[in-house]
Design a protein around this ligand. Structure first.
Ligand SMILES: N[C@@H](CCOP(=O)(O)O)C(=O)O
Length: 501
């Protein structure tokens, strides 16, 4: 639909133009900094930053009803820049002109309702939101679309000319960073740091394919992150991890899409996210808070963060019930099937502490919870979900394990409806499925396969078959007939099929 075909009352606001006054604010000392500089930490005290809009209150001048209609009608526009996360332009990056927006197909991922048997097994109604259906097959694309649109904007405004973008990654971030950088080459190039042998082959293939410079280093993600921080402090590079507050803005779109999908009725909703570097839970809380501030939603949904017992620093922090006694302690992580979240020192922890406090305060009760699950539960629930028609990765399994656990503990009510973040596509983590099916998990993962969930291919090669086809050597005539009949009978026997009369 063309803008002039939309209702008149919406037309002036349909296609957003740059507005607002963004600035960085330090979470430590509250110092404020110009948005036109690439900043990741406070130059004064070294703490992380968040981006605020000095003119945010202008958004309250439009009624909630007007916003809802605007977002709904924007769905019908055919302008590429408004097709992805920038449908929520005013909330995500109002200073970015639409011609600087980088859109590679991210956002608006499907919410798939669990089928009846799976809902019954878990004990409540829930959906997976499949962020594995983003272009690089994970939720990180939301944040990269935002961070790279911002860099593109700086290049177009003449603030920057060439950019080397760097990130540390357990796999997904590097895939997304390399993809978006490749789209903007030659002005932007990327280099990614991965912990050697702690990234799946599928994830490793992604930045390689996009042409990034890929470094593998000893240690775990936290070590890569330290090097990337040092690089960004000492050299002119653009850090693309979620330490970069522009990443958080883009990932807020996940919350906006959920609110829109439920017609903004959030009172009885639970949003379940796995926690690794903690950028995602930060963005989800921040997104819902912004929509609440302008009255787009009346209630804040419950946020349920989930961590594996092998990498659970955030869970350990919140385990202490008394706020004043809580102390964050960075952890040394153990091998985890939720490998993307194998992080002992999440860079967004200060943001989580601040936003969770604000979230609970705004809701007037505890609305942010963090639970811990076992590696066994993650694998079992992931496979169970996929057997019921989902494409959840291990982190989707982690969310489902967390939901089942929270339900059993009474943290989540049975009448609620949950949305689980399937953060990446199952195919990225298929190696863990293989280890499970072949019962080959190294002992430190602490995973034993449930025989009911194991599956393996059946090789059909009847012994009495003298000739079988092979590539370049097909069968024909009677040989082909014998082959087809022998395999048909063998499969029918295995499946216990009754012959048609
Ligand atoms: N799970 C992440 C770790 C880095 O997270 P980020 O959101 O801070 O970039 C990954 O995929 O690399």
């Amino acid at each position: 639909m063309k803008p002039e075909q939309f209702p008149e009352a919406l037309q002036p606001d349909l296609v957003p133009t740059p507005s607002g006054e963004l600035f960085y604010r330090c979470l430590g000392c509250a110092a404020e900094f110009d948005i036109r500089t690439l900043l990741y930490t406070c130059p004064e005290c070294g703490r992380v930053l968040l981006i605020h809009d000095r003119r945010f209150d202008r958004l309250k001048k439009r009624s909630p009803e007007h916003w809802r209609r605007l977002f709904d009608y924007r769905r019908m526009l055919t302008i590429p820049a408004l097709t992805g996360i920038y449908r929520y332009h005013e909330f995500i990056g109002p200073i970015i002109p639409l011609d600087a927006v980088v859109y590679l197909g991210e956002g608006h991922t499907p919410m798939v309702m669990a089928n009846a048997p799976l809902q019954e097994r878990v004990g409540m109604r829930f959906f997976f939101k499949n962020d594995g259906q983003n272009p690089s097959a994970s939720f990180k694309d939301r944040g990269m679309a935002s961070a790279l649109s911002y860099i593109n904007f700086l290049i177009r405004s003449g603030v920057l000319s060439e950019v080397l973008a760097v990130c540390a990654s357990t796999g997904d971030t590097s895939a997304a960073a390399a993809l978006y950088a490749a789209y903007l080459q030659p002005r932007i190039k990327s280099a990614v740091l991965l912990p050697h042998k702690k990234v799946t082959p599928q994830q490793l293939s992604q930045p390689l394919g996009s042409g990034a410079r890929v470094y593998e280093i000893p240690g775990v993600f936290d070590d890569c992150m330290k090097v990337v921080e040092a690089l960004s402090e000492q050299y002119d590079v653009a850090l693309l991890n979620s330490k970069n507050a522009w990443r958080i803005l883009g990932q807020e779109s996940y919350a906006y899409e959920i609110a829109q999908a439920f017609e903004y009725e959030m009172a009885d909703k639970v949003v379940v996210v796995p926690i690794g570097n903690a950028g995602n839970i930060t963005a989800v809380m921040s997104g819902f808070l912004k929509f609440h501030q302008v009255g787009l939603i009346d209630d804040l949904p419950m946020i349920l963060g989930v961590q594996s017992a092998h990498a659970d620093p955030v869970y350990q922090y919140y385990r202490e019930a008394e706020t004043a006694k809580r102390r964050f302690v960075a952890q040394s992580v153990r091998p985890s099937v939720a490998q993307a979240a194998m992080i002992g020192n999440p860079v967004s922890m200060p943001r989580v502490i601040e936003l969770a406090r604000h979230y609970d305060e705004t809701a007037g009760r505890q609305r942010v919870h963090v639970v811990q699950v076992t590696e066994q539960a993650i694998m079992d629930w992931q496979l169970r979900a996929n057997r019921n028609g989902h494409i959840a990765c291990t982190h989707g399994g982690e969310c489902l394990a967390g939901l089942a656990h929270a339900l059993a503990q009474g943290v989540v009510e049975r009448q609620a409806t949950a949305v689980l973040d399937a953060t990446a596509h199952a195919l990225k983590f298929v190696g863990f499925q293989e280890l499970y099916f072949e019962n080959r998990f190294p002992a430190d993962y602490e995973v034993q396969p449930d025989p009911e969930l194991i599956n393996a291919p059946v090789y059909m090669h009847p012994r009495d078959l003298e000739r079988v086809p092979s590539p370049g050597a097909p069968l024909d005539g009677q040989d082909l007939e014998r082959f087809v009949q022998a395999i048909t009978s063998a499969i029918a026997g295995d499946l216990d099929l009754k012959k048609r009369s």
